[in-house]
Design a protein around this ligand. Sequence first.
Ligand code: ADP
Length: 490
Amino acid sequence: MFIVMIASECAPVAKVGGLADVVFGLSRELEIRGNAIEIILPKYDNMRYDQIWGLQPTHYDLSVPWFDGAINCTVWFGMVHGRKCFFIEPHSADNYFNRGTYYGANDDTLRFAFFSKAALEFILKSGKRPDIIHCHDWETAIIPTLLFEVYKYHGLDHQRVCYTIHNIKHQGICGADVLEATGLKRPEYYFHKDRLGDDFNPTAINLMKGAIVFSNFVTTVSPQYAWETRFTDQAYGLGHTLHVHQYKYTGVLNGVDYDIWNPDIDPHIPVNYNQLTIEKKAANKSALRDRLWLRKDYKPIISYVGRLDAQKGVHLIRHAIFYALEQGAQFVLLGSSPDASINADFWQLKHHLNDNPDAHLELSFDEELSHLIYAGSDMMIVPSMFEPCGLTQMIALKYGTVPIVRGVGGLVDTVFDRDYSNKPIYDRNGYVFHQTDHAALESAMRRAIGLWRDFPGEFYKLIVNGMKYDYSWNHSGDKYLEIYEYIRHK
Ligand code: ADP
């Protein structure tokens, strides 16, 4: 099969969070199975250009109709760790992708609507005829609508679309200007509630809603999140649309790319180890302490790696730092936030803890350091308010770092409480709490730290149980291929 992925992120070249890992990891898995994959991305000025090989322009003068005129684009091609990637560079005064950041501009919906339209225009004009177009999240959510309402009539009539929701909170709610810009001419038609019309704001369209309506298949990133978005308030207003389209909606658990996230071969950690050589993990703990100026003492290291966003339970992350210190543990945080107030809050915290030899807060995005933290920590917290899938807990498991998570979304599908899960003891791999208050988090952390300190042999078994889990793309790759085959022949 020929599959084109269109997305706003791809690891490691343009990464903000899990979306990037999924676009890269799934593409790689599909390619290993003999499919042809191409990835289309915006050409951001702030990408990791050091992660692209042989970047060169391949298509000049791609003219993309936009409002009443057109924007001229150059399309670049380069290899990103073996994946074929095309990067779209528009030439206009809007400078859509020369903003120094990926997201957070006032015109984000226009920026990514432009990218989506340009990607389809590129497919059409370059003569590519993929079997499947796979698009992701709100940024590329206008693609199914554009494909089936416009491009189908210009030559893209055999393409099928799979759309994946990585986070339903961000839906691309915007005004009629996006319709006008992309050439979706009849606003009254698109504003209809059965199409893109937002269910709560009569003057807005909802791009994600349109993707659910128009795609041939819709997935989200874990079975539990698929359930939560259908049957709880987690759908942020799209529950009804998902109900109407339930026959083509399912949850497929994200995989982890074990070619990148594997302590046995990881080039970013000083000492490699696996299930049979767990004792070597200690050397990574020591290296992590050296790197972050933590004292060497008989204490567990508890860490957090992730975006600092309300979704991630920032109040619990903050509390976990103080509770860990109170319990005689050390704490390491690696996170960044585009939100000014959250950022300021954590910078203040960082200054407050500056001289503490048991805590280190690294407020930046640092892919290489994240590997050392996964390898060098004893436990990792993921206290999310909601979590579509969550990759950090799965990566932690692979690195023998025991996850302490809130029982929500994909965390429910991947972490099983050592004391309370109904799985056999040898299949339990971490700690789970449910409420969103301090007491709930504390009880799980207390149990984890207690086991580490008082029953090291049992803690060791828990590590082994976790490392045994296979959360690679192996199973999920199968599921996506089944979905592609299904919609191809429908
Ligand atoms: P989300 O997609 O909501 O951000 P996930 O858990 O699915 O969360 O994926 C997070 C990914 O981003 C992981 O690969 C994690 O290691 C990485 N990551 C998040 N924040 C940082 C950071 N500040 N530095 C390095 N890597 C980070």
